[in-house]
Write a protein that binds this ligand. Structure first.
Ligand SMILES: Cc1cc2nc3c(=O)[nH]c(=O)nc-3n(C[C@H](O)[C@H](O)[C@H](O)COP(=O)(O)O)c2cc1C
Length: 193
């Protein structure tokens, strides 16, 4: 079954030559070949300022550069996020992007009383993170807190499931392992998951 997929590249470097860009391309290639409908968002190439106040969060408008990305995310049934681990979590630019996108009415419908309504139910996600340290260390010693926080406070909170993840540690990774990661991405893309 064909799926609507959006790939959100969260690497802050717009030059686009990092492993994360190659991984995103591999995913896109696998997905397109299998007949899925793919759109792409490059956060580093979008011009926007950071959200500063709760009033702006609640009643302001999304910066013009983020309007299309927001529509693409609403359009998609499956979100693929990629970002490098910076100081244990996502880079600030990517977080700034998400703060704009996840405004009231997008992910959650906040009511005066009671638990907010989840607006993104029915969607799924994959989170792909590269890091310097071995992924096992990040997972077991640090509890993968940056990824868990993203998952729990933004994605599953808004009703997204399942959320799959790939944590890739670069320092000790040889060419064979990197090639396997690329192959993984092509397979996930083909499966649309
Ligand atoms: C500002 C900054 C902070 C970083 N913090 C971490 C970190 O906390 N843990 C880690 O394992 N790697 C860290 N790294 C390494 C990156 O995660 C790693 O270089 C990246 O995933 C690979 O992408 P690249 O193509 O940008 O090098 C950091 C890199 C930078 C530039």
């Amino acid at each position: 079954m064909s799926r609507r997929i959006v790939i959100i590249q969260g690497h802050p470097d717009p030059s686009g030559h990092h492993l994360l860009h190659a991984l995103a391309d591999a995913y896109a290639q696998g997905a397109t070949t299998a007949g899925h409908d793919v759109r792409r968002i490059e956060v580093a190439k979008l011009d926007f300022s950071l959200l500063r106040t709760q009033a702006e969060f609640e009643t302001g408008t999304v910066p013009p550069a983020l309007e299309q990305p927001r529509q693409d995310m609403r359009w998609a049934e499956h979100w693929v996020f990629l970002f490098p681990l910076w100081h244990g979590t996502m880079p600030a630019l990517f977080k700034g992007f998400l703060e704009h996108i996840f405004r009231p009415g997008f992910a959650m419908d906040y009511k005066k009383k009671g638990f907010p309504r989840r607006l993104l139910a029915g969607r799924s996600a994959r989170i792909v993170v590269t890091m310097g340290m071995p992924a096992l260390l990040y997972r077991w010693y640090f509890g993968a807190y940056g990824v868990r926080g993203f998952e729990r406070s933004m994605l599953s909170f808004a009703g997204i499931k399942p959320i799959r993840e790939n944590l890739y540690g670069l320092t000790f990774a040889n060419e064979r392992r990197r090639a396997r990661w690329m192959e993984n991405m092509r397979t996930y893309g083909a499966h649309g998951n």
